[in-house]
Design a protein around this ligand. Structure first.
Ligand code: ADP
Length: 663
């Protein structure tokens, strides 16, 4: 603001000085012109007087001729008021009066004149002595009108062959002198006057309008010992605003300059405002970037880091200075992964990857510790639409990973507890199941022992038959125990490709334990044709077992001959990536109020139920990307349906076998 004020003051001062100088220049010009005019005027008078002098000297000497010549002269020279010829004793011989000045008083026209006469005679005496014409000082002569006339006499001594013959006296009127001798051009619009050296005005010509500024020029008019001053007064009418064109032009330019300055000022103001807004926007953006928890990193097309935000620095432990300008291998790349990352980056820099989805990576902190990150990369496009590099958003997912690990561990714990719980429920069934082979073994053993005791010669066939039956039963019992062991045993949880049949086979012994007790029949549909799935086997087996167990339990109140458990496995259509498993019972169905809470953990309608089965099933299925739902299965019963992903490599490989119905 202060700068602006200074600039304005300076420009204002400059303009004022310019206008003033232009005005000065103009008045100097004017003054010079007036001075020139006065010089010209004096010159005109001098020339005129000299010319007249010659004419006067040329007047012929005889009285009549002189009279005639003088009259001619007076007619052609209005500045001459009167001509006299005097004898050597100063006696008046001839006198001719100007025909134009009729009001000249007699005192002038008659001789001798009173006061001036003395002067004249003295003057003539001086002229005779000097043998050259001499002018008298001017004198006032009243005229018949009130005006009066300022006159001046010129005395010319006449000599003939060195003999003084007399004088010619010419009387000049000062005003006519000005009017007749000074060029009209010079006189126009000005006041031109003859004054005494002390300023007393003697004669004046022209009346100028006394308005505006006065320019006056003075010049001495030397008349052989007697000096008059010629003065020209010129009033320059004051202009309304600007004295003249130059000043007007300067003023106009000044105004334009001020205008331009104003516009410039407005423009600068606008720019300043835009700059301020830009700075605000930048500050806002910077604040946003700084407060982001997502790391940002920009790389140019050559792979050099051009920008990292504070979150990225905090994540890796390096400062922005350490990172900006770096090229692969980056300081935050774990040394053991440098090769892999370099290849990855080379592919990206080639522009082959346009995917915007994130990929997981491992970064290294400055202290050497590794942490997992999710990197989203996108091309960096400038305002002209040209790609100038790559912009990446990096999210530290170590916390997320920890949580996932925790929840996975707790899931696993829950799964295994659920498995144990299932086994607990099945303990009586198991004891019953084991009881049979054990009882059979025991009876075969007792029978054989009895026979050995009572019949001395027992045929070896009988003994070996009995022993093989014992072995069979022991094997049966062993199988039961193994199936339980297989199921409960913790296995490595990792996705593997497995056929639906294999899944079923793993749980079938346990399912059969229950079905047998309640007399439920099991129907398998499409399980042999169904494609293999890629799943965490242990978990999915648990799902199958849970759903089958629920289905069997739901049929407890149903007539014994209507207890059917169906397992239907099918791929929905040829292109679908899912295999659908449906566990269908013939039970009484799920009531509406129960349906709402079915998947809520710890919800159970059974006295000994834990209420975890279905919620675990859903979690497992969803972890595989599938979904679990249930629907009524008309005419009676419920179908629990879930989907699992088809194993990519065995997509088209079907296990071709006939649809078998197992009981
Ligand atoms: P739990 O079997 O320990 O009770 P679940 O989560 O497996 O726990 O089942 C929750 C409830 O859902 C059961 O108590 C039962 O009332 C109901 N339910 C589950 N499966 C069926 C089914 N096939 N038919 C009817 N009701 C069912």
């Amino acid at each position: 603001m202060a700068l602006w004020l200074t600039l304005l003051v300076l420009v204002g001062g400059l303009l004022a000085a310019l206008i003033w100088l232009a005005g000065r220049y103009e008045s100097d010009q004017m003054q010079e012109r007036v001075d020139g005019d006065s010089r010209d005027a004096v010159q005109d008078i001098r020339v005129g007087l000299t010319r007249n002098l010659q004419s006067l000297q040329a007047l012929r000497s005889s009285s009549s001729q002189w009279q005639a010549d003088a009259s001619d002269l007076l007619r052609s020279h209005r500045e001459l008021v009167r001509l006299e010829r005097r004898g050597s004793n100063f006696s008046l011989l001839n006198a001719v009066q100007s025909p134009f000045l009729l009001n000249v008083p007699s005192s002038v026209s008659t001789t001798p004149r009173d006061l001036p006469f003395g002067d004249l005679q003295l003057t003539c005496e001086r002229a005779r002595r000097a043998s050259s014409p001499v002018y008298t000082p001017s004198y006032f002569s009243p005229t018949t009108t009130s005006e009066g006339l300022e006159l001046l006499d010129l005395c010319i001594p006449l000599f003939e062959a060195g003999q003084h013959m007399g004088y010619v006296v010419a009387v000049y009127g000062l005003k006519p002198l000005l009017v007749e001798m000074v060029n009209k051009q010079v006189r126009r619009g000005k006041e031109i006057s003859l004054t005494e050296p002390d300023g007393t005005r003697l004669a004046i010509d022209g009346i100028a309008e006394r308005r505006g500024r006065l320019f006056s020029g003075r010049q001495l008019l030397d008349l052989g010992g007697y000096t008059l001053v010629l003065r020209i007064d010129h009033w320059r009418a004051a202009p309304l605003l600007f004295p003249n064109v130059l000043t007007a032009v300067v003023a106009l330019m000044s105004l334009s300059l001020m205008g331009v300055l104003l516009l410039l000022g407005r423009d600068i103001n606008r720019r300043l405002k835009a700059e301020r807004e830009l700075a605000d926007a930048l500050a806002f953006r910077k604040a946003m970037e700084d407060s982001l928890v997502t790391g940002l990193r920009a790389r140019d097309m050559q792979g050099f880091i051009r920008y990292v935000n504070p979150a990225f620095c905090a994540m890796t432990g390096f400062t922005a200075d350490q990172l900006v300008g770096c090229k692969a291998p980056m300081p935050y790349w774990p040394p053991e992964l440098i090769d892999e990352y370099q290849q990855r980056q080379a592919i990206r820099l080639l522009g082959n990857s346009t995917a915007r989805e994130g990929y997981e990576s491992i970064f290294m902190r400055q202290d050497g510790s590794r942490f997992p990150v999710l990197v989203f990369e996108a091309p960096l496009i400038d305002a002209k639409g040209v790609q100038t590099g790559w912009m990446s958003a990096i999210v530290d997912i170590s916390e997320q990973r920890k949580m996932e690990e925790l929840s996975r561990a707790s899931q696993e714990r829950m799964q295994s507890s659920a498995r144990l719980a299932t086994m607990g429920e099945m303990a009586s069934l198991l004891s019953h199941e084991l009881n049979q082979p054990l009882a059979a073994i025991s009876s075969y053993a007792t029978g054989t022992a009895n026979m050995l005791g009572s019949t001395p010669a027992l045929p070896p066939d009988e003994v070996s038959h009995a022993l093989s039956r014992i072995a069979q039963q022991a094997e049966r019992a062993g199988k039961v125990i193994k199936s339980v062991h297989d199921f409960v045993r913790r296995r490595e949880s990792s996705p593997e490709i497995v056929s639906p049949q294999a899944l079923w086979d793993a749980v079938m012994p346990l399912v059969l334990l229950q079905t047998r007790k309640l007399g439920v029949q099991v129907k398998l549909q499409g399980i042999h044709q169904a494609p293999a799935v890629q799943v965490d086997r242990t978990m999915v087996e648990q799902v199958l077992l849970n759903l089958s167990r629920n289905a069997i339990q739901a049929m407890e109140d149903v007539a014994a001959n209507q207890r059917w458990l169906t397992l239907r496995v099918q791929r929905l259509d040829k292109t679908s990536p899912w295999v659908e498993f449906a566990v269908i019972d013939q039970g009484l169905g799920v009531q509406d109020e129960i349906a709402k809470q079915l998947f809520t953990p710890f919800f159970s309608t059974k006295s000994d139920g834990m209420g975890l089965g279905l919620s675990l099933c859903r979690t497992v299925v969803e972890q595989h990307g599938g979904s679990l739902r249930f629907e009524a299965h008309p005419p009676r019963g419920t179908a629990f349906i879930f989907t699992l992903p088809i194993a990519a490599s065995v997509d088209d490989h079907r296990l071709l076998a006939a649809d078998i119905t197992n009981t």
